[in-house]
Design a binder for this molecule. Structure first.
Ligand code: OAD
Length: 246
């Protein structure tokens, strides 16, 4: 039996699947991963210097401009076969929970429901001062060429600046999302880890939790790194997942 057949059998037999996705799943939709160097207008910036509260305090227009550029990229992008295959998998599994570190909405647009966003969302800004969310949706972002720096809109409640609704360096993950993800991993019989480097905690703890309850951990990544007992297929999610979930 090939590894692929073994994995298909395990997916068929699983009663409770947890899927953990990372930037690699959105890479084939044209959204760069975190370890890819920034390109174009943003190439001289380090994401570490844009994705923090200190950076926002220092230069809110620069940070907001960067996130607006990223939001525009996401709005222009389409879900790829990996997103669609995962939405299909949920329909054929008694219980499946999709946990993502991605801040885009490509899983939802591919048809996945109730996605747990561990690192927040580019599409749900909140006030930097009072944390309340605006009632109206943000307008479609400007083209990045129209100005790299963009003054953030003001909060309709307190007049503070809006910030992107993502988790920045040095911030805690949203508690409810994290606890749902951990509980799901404790109940899983199979954890499918797709397109994540697995270096950022606490998301990277999910495989450890799943292994500790005896779940099979399966990785899909062009750069596989497997712990003892894990299974994996080296390759692009958009090619491998549709074959596994056909
Ligand atoms: P990374 O950029 O660290 O890793 C992307 C992973 O995707 C790597 O392991 C690649 O080998 C893999 N990959 C690339 N192309 C792929 C493809 N076509 N199919 C499958 N896999 C592919 O991204 P994440 O692991 O998501 O946190 O990063 C985790 C967190 O680090 C991010 O959410 C972000 C960052 O700091 C926050 O913003 C809080």
């Amino acid at each position: 039996m090939t590894a692929q057949n073994q994995i298909i059998e395990a997916l068929n037999a699983a009663r409770h699947i947890v899927v953990l996705t990372g930037a690699g799943v959105s890479a084939e939709s044209g959204i760069p991963t975190f370890r890819d160097p920034l390109t174009g207008l943003w190439q001289r910036f380090d994401p570490m210097e844009l994705a923090s509260a200190q950076a926002f305090r220092r230069n809110p227009a620069l940070v907001w401009g960067w996130y607006e550029w990223r939001r525009m990229k996401v709005m222009q992008a389409q879900p790829n076969p990996a997103h669609r295959a995962l939405a299909r998998l949920a329909k054929h599994t008694p219980q499946m929970i999709l946990v993502t570190q991605n801040v885009d909405d490509l899983h939802e647009r591919a048809g996945s429901r109730d996605v747990i966003h561990l690192h927040g969302s580019l599409l749900q800004p909140r006030c930097f001062a009072c944390a309340r969310e605006p009632q109206s949706r943000l307008p479609v972002p400007n083209e990045p060429e129209q100005g790299r720096e963009l003054e953030p809109p003001r909060c309709e409640h307190c007049g503070g600046r809006l910030r992107p609704g993502v988790v920045w360096f040095g911030e805690s993950l949203p508690e409810a999302a994290l606890s749902r993800a951990f509980s799901a991993a404790q109940e899983a019989d199979l954890l499918l880890v797709v397109g994540t480097s697995g270096v950022v905690y606490p998301a990277a703890e999910l495989p450890t939790i799943a292994r500790s309850v005896g779940a099979r951990v399966i990785h899909i990544n062009p750069q596989l790194s497997l712990e003892d007992g894990d299974w994996g297929i080296a390759g692009a999610a958009g090619e491998i997942l549709p074959q596994l979930i056909a």
